[in-house]
Design a protein around this ligand. Structure first.
Ligand SMILES: Nc1ncnc2c1ncn2[C@@H]1O[C@H](COP(=O)(O)OP(=O)(O)OP(=O)(O)O)[C@@H](O)[C@H]1O
Ligand SMILES: [Mg+2]
Length: 345
């Protein structure tokens, strides 16, 4: 169920990927309590939010996940950073299986290596703590600097690194703008000296005018610190700016994966094409674009076969019953029967 969508063969890159996700799945149980089910005769209700996702991310790369609301992006993010246990599958970071690691010391190392930046910086910063304490917390927790003076100095360095003033350490989160607060959240994420950062809609809550500044900061930090990102955004213009590779999610399944330039120039899956068509500013054209046709089906009862078939303009008979395997279409990995070798005849 988890055929890999490896669009970019790792040839030429002998290094193993930093992040390797295999057969990842998450099912949520939405049923009422057992007794209530007995009384009103209702059955068990489950929702498959993530369904057999496999992807790998090389060191220094930005892998973007795109897809409509509810497609499973944040659920993957939470499993990849260790916040939500998967129903099936593995998440490996530099060869450690993060959900199977038993040694406490290695678990700690994994937690230090992985950080997450959330959409809403205000919610992710403790309002009663001064910025200095917020940024110093991971340094303390992971025992990176034992001496208080050294920690203070490190906090100052981190604040400068994200474009703030070391003296901002004495202020509280509410004294900053949204963009500045996201910079504080980034400084705190960097404090543990991570290798891998998951950014879930990191600029979606910010004013358009500051979005680009924060995105450029993330890119600069990636370059200077050699960071690896899993980057989640519903904004395709942002993804185009940030990503080296893009995976397209639909109802919990990866349906297409390609290097970013290829995905934007030649989208293969009918769903990806629909997503790109819905974004007028992606190619800076002024022509009116089609809105995305149809609605996402109910994830509790997803369509059989290809999940996308009820909305697909190219639907064929087999799409209604057979889940497409991964086909290779000129270097793009795509789960769509249109790319079956026999379909091209
Ligand atoms: N804790 C939970 N319990 C039950 N269902 C959940 C839970 N978390 C997520 N879901 C469901 O799983 C599916 C995927 O949700 P997820 O938050 O991963 O989507 P997303 O792609 O991040 O969407 P958005 O773009 O709106 O952030 C949705 O149908 C959602 O309702
Ligand atoms: Mg989300």
């Amino acid at each position: 169920m988890s055929a890999r969508l490896d669009a970019t063969p790792l040839s030429g890159h002998t290094e193993a990927p930093l992040v390797d996700i295999e057969g990842l799945a998450r099912v949520f149980d939405l049923s009422k309590r057992w007794l209530n089910r007995m009384l009103d005769g209702s059955g068990k209700v489950t929702l498959t939010a993530v369904d057999g996702v496999a992807l790998s991310i090389r060191r220094g790369e930005t892998y973007a996940l795109v897809g409509e609301s509810g497609s499973g992006k944040s659920t993957i993010a939470r499993m990849a950073v260790g916040l939500l246990p998967p129903s099936a599958g593995t998440v490996r970071i530099a060869d450690a299986d993060i959900w199977a690691e038993r040694s406490a010391a290695r678990q700690r190392r994994i937690r230090r290596q992985i950080q997450m930046i959330f959409q809403d910086p205000f919610a992710s910063l403790n309002p009663r703590w001064r910025v200095g304490a917020i940024v110093a917390e991971p340094i303390k927790a992971f025992g990176l600097k034992a001496d208080a003076r050294e920690r203070e100095q490190r906090v100052g360095e981190l604040l400068s690194l994200v474009g703030l003033d070391p003296r901002d350490a004495g202020k509280f989160p509410h004294e900053f703008s949204g963009g500045q607060r996201q910079r504080i959240a980034i400084a705190r994420a960097l404090a543990s000296e991570p290798d891998f950062i998951v950014c879930d809609e990191p600029t979606s809550a910010l004013d358009v005018s500051v979005q680009a500044q924060v995105l450029n900061l993330l890119r600069d930090l990636q370059q200077s610190l050699g960071l690896t990102y899993l980057f989640i955004s519903h904004n395709l213009a942002v993804v185009r700016h940030m990503a080296s590779r893009v995976g397209v999610l639909y109802l919990g399944r990866l349906v297409e994966e390609a290097p970013a330039a290829m995905l934007f120039a030649q989208p293969k899956h009918p769903y990806t094409r629909m997503l790109l068509d819905a974004v007028p500013d992606i190619s800076m054209e002024t022509v009116e674009r089609e809105p995305i046709a149809g609605e996402i089906p109910n994830p509790i009862k997803p369509p059989r076969g290809c999940h996308f078939h009820p909305r697909c303009p190219h639907v064929m008979e087999r799409c209604r019953t057979e889940t497409p395997p991964v086909y290779n279409a000129e270097g793009t990995a795509v789960r769509c029967h249109l790319y079956a070798p026999e379909a091209k005849g």
